[in-house]
Design a protein around this ligand. Structure first.
Ligand code: MD3
Ligand code: FE
Length: 220
């Protein structure tokens, strides 16, 4: 990676920008738990390609766990307590995953992170996420913690305006990134995923994002 672009803070805590920290390989000790959790969540709430409000099918397949799940349909983007496929509550957030997210936030500059939502993205080769901001949560005082599993991807990290030049950095299996403070509303995206085989995740990349949403009824 382009190390010279970044300021090293300690061994495996790399500051990408103010408020944004890459914890290289931080989730490796949790890889088995993470894969088990992904499969068990997907057994209850399968990965699906949601429609954007504009009527396009997302190339990334998603599911959720926790009290709130991110959804998209022709009415817009929002969080809901219930999986629209089953009308059941989203699967519970596994405690080991909650603990991983809290530990990661703690290692940077965010204490008392208490996510109530975890969005799980599944990328197959060719899938991508165009530059966007995460602003459906209502609460921007808390960071977002992201965990990457499986195939590597190229992450695009822009500024507060869509036209700001984006940094590019690889995200590989086990990487955790914490995004808060002035980076919380930065534009970001993922380049088209390349083909590959990963020993745990096969031909996929998974990304889990732990989020803290405002009370959902205020967001509907
Ligand atoms: C920077 N996911 O789910 S994680 C998303 O790898 C999303 O699947 C990407 O963007 C993925 O919304 C990127 C990294 C990430 C997540 C949230 C952020 C970066 C962020 C929020 C603010 C700034
Ligand atoms: Fe995002």
């Amino acid at each position: 990676m382009q190390r010279d672009l970044f300021e090293d803070t300690d061994d495996d805590k790399i500051k990408l920008r103010d408020g944004a920290f890459l914890l290289k390989s931080f989730a490796l000790p949790f890889e088995q738990e993470l894969m088990k959790a992904i499969h068990s969540i997907a057994a209850d709430a399968p990965f699906r390609h949601m429609m954007t409000p504009g009527g396009r099918k997302m190339s990334v397949a998603i599911t959720n766990c926790g009290l709130a799940g991110w959804i998209s349909d022709k009415k817009g983007y929002r969080y809901d307590h219930f999986d629209p496929l089953s009308s059941k509550a989203w699967p519970k957030m596994p405690l080991e995953l909650l603990s991983l997210a809290k530990q990661a936030a703690e290692k940077t500059e965010f204490s008392n992170f208490s996510p109530n939502s975890c969005l799980i993205n599944r990328y197959e080769p060719g899938a991508r996420l165009t530059l966007h901001q995460d602003k459906d949560e209502g609460d921007f005082s808390q960071p977002i913690v992201s965990v990457s599993i499986g195939l590597p991807a190229k992450f695009l990290f822009g500024g507060l305006n869509r036209s700001d030049k984006a940094l590019r950095t690889p995200l590989t299996h086990g990487d955790v990134v914490v995004w808060g403070g002035v980076s919380r509303l930065a534009y970001h995206g993922i380049d088209k995923l390349k083909e590959g085989q990963h020993e745990l995740a096969g031909s996929y990349r998974y990304n889990l994002t732990f989020r803290s949403t405002e009370k959902i009824d205020n967001l509907r």
